[in-house]
Ligand binder design. Structure first.
Ligand code: SF4
Length: 446
């Protein structure tokens, strides 16, 4: 078992006041008051001055988080609050603790008090600060607070709808596509999402990041030369400490045919304090390293999250987002547009929009597929092309991701293909229709 209480309390995310860069106002004042300061600034690399100005433009945390801290953690110093170990050790895990923070509805109270839940309750104090105390329908609250509806399993649902167990050559490693593997490092997350695709595994305490199991998985990758891409997931890989995560990265980098390593994580969103200078310094040693960050809603895009993504992007890690389409949470064009615009500003490329998997107890989260198509249609043409994710269904039974697109082809007019644009206007494109062959002779020279 990983003992978080044993971890060293060495790193904090936020810089100390004395390390703060000068504010734009201070810079202007110093330029006008003392000309020699201007020369001093010119000697600084331009990117440092620009970075300083950018960093000062963003607040350290939102009003919501500050109010929450004053109300529920008034005796906790900044140093503790900004320490990811403290955040993990002080997660909200019991009905009593949750009830002190939120006015629970009956459906929520019955769910958290029921001991047979598939997925444990776990919410970092930071993420709890973003939840609405009096509104059980608030989107972020619905993503992490259980309700009795998650105990209702529909006939179409399953514990392992993607058939991952059948594609696991060694425990904790899924080999579905020929050239890449999914490597589940542990089953722990700092905050549990109620719609988790791996709720059959996650939070059960059965998949440990122990050396023996990890060695077996690494050995499989070493013996399988077709694997060029390893996706580290879980649970959340970034809840491992730097040393253990580096050990895995180092072992994978020793394998010549592993070209790319990717990390799938929600930590920058629910535990942004984890993104420390020492973590990003370590990660950048293992390039090419990519990261897929699980975002759900624009309200997750706080100053802390902007900062955590900024640090990762500054370390040269290409960032993409993965978002599950969830009923009543993010299933509107307006909400999704707001989210992707935040992501673009954070240098996170909106990557996948997932149709919610038919996991047991997820019926209240699933939307019709039409809704996903409507959202993509509402984004394409109305925002930057980079900001439009690919909408996919992960095919039940292990068929892999299948992309879905609104149909822009309207038909043909002889040699002209008729296409509908984002404003529903029809345009023709010259595209000679395939001609049936007139030849039927084997010896024909046509
Ligand atoms: S962070 Fe990922 S693995 Fe963890 S509970 Fe959420 S969806 Fe599941």
């Amino acid at each position: 078992m990983i003992q978080y209480t044993d971890m060293k309390l060495t790193e904090t995310l936020l810089i100390d006041d004395e390390d703060e860069p000068p504010s734009p106002k201070e810079v202007v004042e110093s330029l006008t008051a003392e000309p020699h300061n201007f020369l001093f600034l010119l000697k600084k690399p331009v990117h440092k001055v620009a970075g300083a100005l950018r960093s000062k433009r963003t607040a350290r945390s939102s009003d919501k988080t500050r109010l929450f801290r004053r109300t529920h953690f008034s005796d906790v110093a900044d140093k503790q609050w900004n320490d990811w170990h403290w955040q993990i050790n002080n997660r909200i895990r019991t009905p009593e603790h949750l009830g002190r923070i939120l006015n629970l509805s009956k459906a929520e109270r019955d769910a958290v008090e029921f001991s047979g839940a598939k997925l444990p309750l776990g919410i970092t104090p930071y993420f709890a600060s973003l939840l609405a105390a009096d509104d059980p329908d608030q989107p972020l609250r619905r993503t992490v607070v259980p309700t009795v509806r998650e105990f209702v399993t529909l006939p179409c649902e399953a514990n392992d709808p993607l058939g991952e167990e059948h594609q696991s050559p060694v425990p904790g490693l899924v080999h579905r596509y020929p050239d890449r593997v999914l490597f589940l490092l542990l089953d722990f997350c700092s905050t549990y999402c109620r719609y988790c695709t791996r709720s059959r595994v996650v939070g059960h305490g059965a998949l440990h990041a122990g050396r023996a199991r990890l060695e077996k998985a690494i050995d499989y990758i070493r013996r399988t030369p077709t694997v060029r891409d390893v996706l580290l997931s879980g649970g959340d890989p970034l809840t491992l400490n730097d040393e253990r995560l580096e050990w895995v990265l180092m072992r994978l980098r020793e394998i010549p045919h592993v070209e790319v390593i990717r990390i799938g994580t929600k930590v920058p969103v629910v535990l942004p304090q984890r993104i420390t200078p020492s973590l990003v310094r370590m990660l950048r040693r293992y390039h090419p390293l990519w990261m897929s960050i699980h975002f759900t809603h624009p309200e997750e895009c706080t100053p802390e999250v902007y900062r955590s993504c900024g640090m990762l992007a500054d370390a040269g890690i290409p960032l993409g987002s993965q978002t599950v389409l969830l009923k009543g949470i993010n299933d509107s064009v307006q909400t999704m547009q707001s989210l992707v615009h935040h992501l673009m500003k954070m240098r996170v490329r909106p990557y996948y929009l997932y149709q919610c998997d038919p996991i047991s107890g997820s019926g209240h989260f699933r939307t019709p597929v039409e809704k996903g198509l409507e959202i993509i249609q509402g984004l394409r043409g109305f925002t930057t092309g980079y900001a439009v994710p690919t909408y996919v269904i992960d095919a039940p039974g292990g068929g892999g991701k299948i992309p879905l697109m609104p149909d822009y082809i309207q038909g043909r007019d002889n040699d002209t293909l008729l296409l509908k644009n984002y404003e529903n206007k029809v345009f023709g494109y010259p595209d000679p229709a395939p001609r049936p062959s007139t030849c039927c002779q084997d010896n024909c020279l046509e």
